[in-house]
Design a protein around this ligand. Structure first.
Ligand code: F6P
Length: 320
């Protein structure tokens, strides 16, 4: 193996640059050449590929976004398009590909592996919804961005004795809502993985006001419904004033936390070490703080991300 390719795909997440840096630097220090593919799988098919220098990796570990840019490219589900991608990789003499991204990106890497092109998936998404890992790159930063917003909302909510419904991202997973919600002392966390009763939530917040609490906070995962719709339903049962806000894409940007930078560096280096050992077709992950690598096809076909719903019960015990 002489050359490895790197691409980022799907929704970006803070820490992707740290992963690119680690992959490129570990490859170069092992005597390999690293090639960056711009604009994800779309750029791969178009042959938008360039050699990466080690010096280019200076000053990127603290930057949000991805220096290789990203794209959603559903066309990559078609076999013809996948074969065009492989042809480009061969044209540039690339022997293995490291894909940093979420669910859709992993499926792209899985397809290439099924066609016999060695591809490794590094989990990068704020949603934390990838099977085969406890944590994904960008999740911790997104949680901290959401938490900062929730702390601020709690201030103004208290001044006005209001309740806020704050919708956070996560696609179909409630991980961001759970972590940010517990840390922000939310009265209720509403996630797709658990049943909820809006009347009960309203009654709980009514009780809290009656006991002297000056505000209410509901953290809502986007996979349940929109904050505006939730507020409308809540208004039917509440005797308090409610505002609804959606945090949106701010959760995807900004300086990655130390945790995300270190996680990305560990993942990136591990991907290269596995490739150097002649291993491939793998999904990289972390389980109980140990780096793990599982078969990418089996991981995607037979496993599902498990949200840690014990956190939901924890919040119910400490915020009754
Ligand atoms: O997967 C990351 C994510 O930010 C999700 O949380 C969200 O549902 C989606 O991407 C938003 O996608 P887009 O950037 O295409 O609007």
């Amino acid at each position: 193996m002489k050359r490895i390719g790197i691409l980022t795909s799907g929704g970006d997440s803070s820490g992707m640059n740290a992963a690119i840096r680690a992959i490129a630097r570990s490859a170069i220090s092992a005597g390999l050449e690293a090639y960056g593919i711009n604009y994800g799988f779309a750029g791969l098919v178009a042959g938008n590929i360039r050699k990466l220098d080690s010096s280019e990796m200076d000053g990127v570990i603290d930057r949000g976004g991805t220096l290789l840019y990203s794209a959603r490219f559903p066309e990559f589900a078609q076999e013809q398009t996948q074969l065009k991608g492989i042809a480009q990789l061969k044209k540039f003499g690339i022997d293995a590909l490291v894909v940093i991204g979420g669910d859709g990106s992993y499926h792209g890497a899985e397809r290439l592996t099924q066609h016999g092109f060695n591809s490794v998936g590094v989990p990068g998404t704020i949603d934390n919804d990838i099977p085969g890992t406890d944590f994904t790159i960008g999740f911790d930063t997104a949680v901290n961005v959401a938490l900062d917003a929730l702390d601020r909302v709690n201030d103004t909510a208290t001044s006005h004795q209001r309740t806020f419904v704050v919708e956070v991202m996560g696609r179909g997973a409630g991980d961001i809502a759970l972590w940010a919600g517990i840390a922000a002392d939310a009265d209720a966390i509403v996630i797709p993985e658990r049943e909820y009763d809006i009347k009960e939530i309203a009654e709980k917040i009514n009780r809290n006001y009656a006991n002297g609490k000056q505000h209410g906070l509901i953290v809502l995962a986007e996979g349940v419904m929109s904050a505006a719709d939730f507020k409308d339903k809540l208004d039917e049962f509440s005797n308090f004033e409610t505002r609804a806000i959606t945090l949106g894409h701010v959760q995807r940007g900004g300086r990655p936390t130390a945790k995300d930078r270190v996680l990305a560096t560990r993942f990136g280096d591990y991907a290269i070490r596995l490739l150097l050992e002649g291993k491939g077709g793998l999904a990289i992950g972390i389980h109980d703080n140990q780096l793990v690598a599982t078969d990418i096809i089996d991981t995607l076909e037979n496993h599902k991300h498990q949200t840690d719903v014990s956190l939901y019960d924890l919040n119910e015990r400490v915020r009754f």
